[in-house]
Design a protein around this ligand. Structure first.
Ligand code: ADP
Ligand code: MG
Length: 697
C-alpha cells in the first residue's frame, strides 16, 4: 500500500517546497507574481533558479527543459544538462536565473502559419511561474510560453494566460458592483475528464495505421461490439487495473489529483478524471496525463490510444471540459445558491455565459474541430456539431419566467425515498444529467463535452474565457452607470435572456428533430472542421480577441492557416498509409489465399464428382478475385487523387479537397478491404482484428 499523502506532489516544486527552500523575501515576491500574474523581478530569478536546481538534483534530475505547447497538439521539450565546466576534466551543476527565465529553441520546425520566416527562425520560451515546475524522467520541467522573435505567440499557453487575465479583470468589475471588494482575482477552473483506449502492444505493432495515424483505417466489425453495454463501469481487468494503479501513482507524484477511473462504454475504453484546478494548471496537467498514460501503458505491454476514433463503428473518445469561475476568496460564481430566482448576481453571470455561448457558437465549435474529432461530432454518439446549452429544468423555468414576465414559483427540494428503511433518503439534484448536450450546466459548473480526446484543451478555454469576459465587460460598462443596480441588472438579465433564449435546449441532442429545430432557431450546424475553420478570422471574432488583447489579428490568421494545414497533413498521411497497407500487405495476402484455394480445387478435381464438390473454392476464388480487383482499382484511384490534391497550392482549398475528394476515396477502399477480411482465414489476414484488439488487452 502506498502512502499517498506522502508521495503526492513529491516531484513538484510547489508552494510548500518554495516556502521551505527560498529566502522569505524571495518567496513572498514569487508568490505575489503567481497570485497577480505580474512580471517576475529579475533579481530574484537567480535565487529561485538555484533553489530549483538543488531540489531537482535531489530528485535525481541531471537536465532541465523549457516545456512548451507549440501549435501542434503535443508538447515540446529540449533538454539541457546542468553541467558547467570548471576545469579541464571537472564540471559543476549550474542553473542561472537567465536560463530559468528565457530559452531560445530553434523555432523553425514548429508550425507558425507564416508568422516566422525559416531564415528568421529564432523563437523564445519564457518561464510561466504560475504553473509549477516538476521533475519527470530525470529532468526538471519548466512550464513556459513560446513566442517568435517579433513577439507573436506561437503557442497555446500565451493566449490562455491572457484570456485568464481578462476574465479576471472583467468579472471583478461585476463583483465590485455587488459589493465584493475583497476578491483580488477571479480564476476560471477546469476539470478535464479524459477518455482513452488501451490496446495490446503486440497487436499495435502489427498495424501501420495505428502506428502512423493513431486510428485503424481498415477493420471489419467484431461479432460483439458494445451493444450489451456490459463494459461501462464494469470490473477492471487485472492488467488494466495494474496499469491504472501505476498511472495514478505517477500522476500523484506530479501533484496531479487523479481521482476517478472507470471503464467506458466501448470495449477496452476507459476514463480518467482529476480533481479540477486553475485553468492553466489544468491544461498543463491534462498534457502530462496524456503523456504519462502513453508511457505507463508501454510498461504494461499496452498502448494508450488517444485518438478520437480508433475503431470505426465503436464509440469514440472525447474529453469533458468542466469549467467554472471562482474568486480567490473561495466563492464559486456559478453556484446558484438555495434560491437562484432571486440571486441577481448569479443570474447575471448565467446570462453572460448564455449570451457568450450564443454569440460565439462558431468559435466554440472551432475550438474542438480537428480531423479526428470530425468522426465523432454529429456522428450520433458524441454531442452533435450544433452548439447548444442545457441548464436543467429549474433554471429553464426561471429563465422562461423572466423572459415571459411571470412569477416563478420554486418547487422546493424534493427528496428521494427508495422505500428501503436502511437506505437514507437523499435530495434530488436540481439538474438531471443530459448526456447529449454539448454544453451542460451541472450544478455549479458547465461541462463542455465536444472536445476531442487527443486535443490540447487550451483553445476551448481561451474561447470560453474570452467570450465570457467580453460579455462581462459590456455588462460592467452598462451597470457601472446604473442608478438602481438591482433594477437595471434585472432589466439587463431579461433583455439578454430574451435575445439568447434560442441557445438553451434541454431536449435530446441526438434526435433527428434537433437539427431541424436548431435550424429554425438560427443556430449554426458546422459539420466538419473545414466548414468551421474560416470562422476564426470573421470580423466579429477578430474584434473579440484583439479588443481584449488575447490574440492579435496576425496571430489569428496564422492559427487559421495552421488549422487548415494540419488537417490536410493528417488526411494525407492517412491516405498514404492506406495505400501502403493495401499494396504491401492486404492485396498480396488475398492473392496468396486465392492461390491456395485454387490449388485446393486443383487437388480435389477428380476426387469428388458431386455438384457441390468445388462450390466453396469456386465461390471464394470468384468473390475474392472480384473484391481484390476492386481494391486494386480503389488504391490506384486514391493514389491519383491524393497526388492531385496535394498539389493544390492554397492551404484552405487543399484541406477542403482532402475532405471532399480524398476522404470518399479512402472510404471506398476501406469498403472492399473490410469485406475481404470477412472471407480470408484469420491466420492469413495480415492485420489483427477488431475483436482481438478490443477484447484481448
Ligand atoms: P461526470 O463523469 O459525472 O461528468 P466526474 O465527477 O467524473 O463527473 O467529473 C467531474 C469533473 O468536474 C471533475 O474533474 C471535477 O473535479 C470537476 N469539477 C468539479 N467542480 C468543478 C469546478 N468548480 N470547476 C471546474 N471543474 C469542476
Ligand atoms: Mg462528464
Amino acid at each position: 500500500m502506498k502512502n499517498v499523502p506522502e508521495i503526492y506532489g513529491s516531484m513538484v516544486f510547489n508552494d510548500a517546497v518554495m516556502r521551505q527552500r527560498l529566502p522569505k523575501e524571495v518567496y513572498k515576491s514569487l508568490t505575489k507574481t503567481i497570485a497577480t500574474g505580474n512580471m517576475i523581478d529579475v533579481s530574484i530569478a537567480n535565487v529561485v533558479a538555484n533553489a530549483m536546481k538543488d531540489w531537482a538534483i535531489e530528485k535525481g534530475a541531471t537536465h532541465y527543459t523549457h516545456w512548451f505547447q507549440p501549435l501542434t497538439s503535443v508538447t515540446a521539450e529540449k533538454h539541457d544538462s546542468f553541467i558547467s565546466p570548471v576545469a579541464a576534466d571537472q564540471v559543476v551543476m549550474e542553473f542561472s536565473g537567465k536560463e530559468l527565465i528565457k530559452g531560445e529553441p530553434d523555432a523553425s520546425s514548429f508550425p507558425s502559419g507564416g508568422l516566422r520566416e525559416t531564415c528568421n527562425a529564432r523563437g523564445y520560451t519564457a518561464w510561466d511561474p504560475s504553473s509549477y515546475a516538476f521533475v519527470k524522467d530525470d529532468t526538471l520541467y519548466i512550464p513556459t510560453v513560446f513566442c517568435s522573435y517579433t513577439g507573436e505567440a506561437l503557442d497555446s499557453k500565451t493566449p490562455l494566460l491572457r484570456s485568464m487575465d481578462v476574465i479576471s479583470r472583467e468579472a471583478l468589475r461585476i463583483l465590485a458592483l455587488f459589493g465584493d471588494t475583497a476578491s483580488q482575482r477571479v480564476a476560471t477552473t477546469v476539470g478535464a475528464e479524459q477518455e482513452y483506449f488501451l490496446v495490446n502492444k503486440k497487436y499495435y505493432d502489427q498495424r501501420e495505421d495505428l502506428l502512423f495515424t493513431g486510428r485503424t483505417l481498415f477493420g471489419a466489425p467484431a461479432p460483439k461490439g458494445q451493444e450489451l453495454e456490459d463494459h461501462y463501469f464494469g470490473p477492471l481487468k487485472t492488467k488494466v487495473a495494474e496499469f491504472m494503479s501505476e498511472l495514478d501513482c505517477e500522476l500523484w507524484k506530479l501533484g496531479i489529483s487523479s481521482k476517478t477511473k472507470h471503464n467506458e462504454v466501448a470495449p477496452s475504453q476507459h476514463e480518467l478524471a482529476p480533481i479540477f484546478a486553475t485553468t492553466n494548471a489544468a491544461v498543463d496537467q491534462n498534457l502530462v496525463i496524456m503523456e504519462t498514460m502513453k508511457k505507463i501503458a508501454e510498461k504494461h505491454g499496452m498502448v494508450a490510444l488517444l485518438h478520437e476514433k480508433p475503431y470505426e463503428g465503436v464509440n469514440g473518445s472525447g474529453k469533458h471540459n468542466n469549467w467554472s469561475i471562482s474568486t480567490d476568496t473561495g466563492k464559486n460564481l456559478l453556484d446558484p445558491g438555495s434560491d437562484p430566482a432571486s440571486n441577481t448576481q448569479f443570474l447575471l453571470f448565467l446570462s453572460a455565459i448564455i449570451k457568450a455561448v450564443d454569440d460565439y457558437q462558431d468559435l466554440l465549435r472551432l475550438s474542438v474541430a480537428s480531423a479526428g474529432n470530425d468522426h465523432r461530432l454529429g456522428a450520433n454518439e458524441a454531442p452533435p456539431a450544433i452548439v447548444s446549452m442545457f441548464v436543467g429544468d429549474e433554471l429553464e423555468e426561471i429563465i422562461d419566467s423572466i423572459v415571459g414576465d411571470v412569477d416563478y414559483k420554486a418547487k422546493g427540494k424534493r427528496t428521494m425515498d427508495l422505500g428501503v428503511p436502511s437506505v437514507p433518503t437523499f435530495r434530488y439534484d436540481s439538474t438531471d444529467r443530459n448526456r447529449t448536450s454539448p454544453f451542460a450546466f451541472t450544478g455549479n459548473k458547465f461541462e463542455f463535452r465536444m472536445l476531442g480526446s487527443s486535443q490540447n484543451i487550451a483553445m476551448p478555454n481561451i474561447v470560453l474565457n474570452s467570450a465570457v469576459a467580453k460579455v462581462c465587460r459590456d455588462f460592467a460598462d452598462r451597470l457601472e452607470k446604473a442608478e438602481d443596480l438591482e433594477a437595471d441588472a434585472k432589466k439587463l438579465i431579461k433583455e439578454t435572456l430574451t435575445a439568447h433564449r434560442r441557445i438553451v435546449f434541454n431536449g435530446d441532442g441526438y434526435s433527428d428533430e434537433w437539427p431541424v429545430e436548431a435550424e429554425k432557431r438560427g443556430l449554426l450546424n458546422l459539420k466538419t472542421s473545414v466548414d468551421v475553420y474560416p470562422c476564426l478570422t470573421k470580423e466579429k471574432n477578430i474584434s473579440l480577441f484583439t479588443e481584449l488583447g488575447v490574440m492579435s489579428e496576425v496571430e489569428l490568421r496564422a492559427r487559421e492557416e495552421i488549422l487548415f494545414e494540419n488537417y490536410a497533413k493528417i488526411i494525407n498521411i492517412e491516405a498514404l498509409t492506406m495505400i501502403d497497407m493495401a499494396k504491401k500487405q492486404i492485396i498480396p495476402a488475398v492473392e496468396e489465399y486465392v492461390l491456395s484455394v485454387a490449388k485446393t480445387a486443383e487437388a480435389k478435381r477428380g476426387l469428388c464428382s458431386e455438384e457441390d464438390c468445388l462450390y466453396v473454392e469456386k465461390e471464394l476464388v470468384s468473390k475474392l478475385s472480384k473484391l481484390n480487383s476492386q481494391t486494386y482499382k480503389a488504391v490506384e484511384k486514391l493514389g491519383e487523387l491524393e497526388k492531385k490534391v496535394q498539389d493544390i497550392e492554397d492551404t484552405d482549398k487543399r484541406a477542403v479537397a482532402f475532405k471532399d475528394v480524398v476522404i470518399p476515396a479512402m472510404a471506398e477502399l476501406r469498403k472492399s478491404v473490410d469485406e475481404m477480411e470477412m472471407l480470408v482465414p484469420k491466420k492469413l489476414w495480415p492485420l489483427p482484428s477488431y475483436g482481438e484488439m478490443t477484447y484481448c488487452q
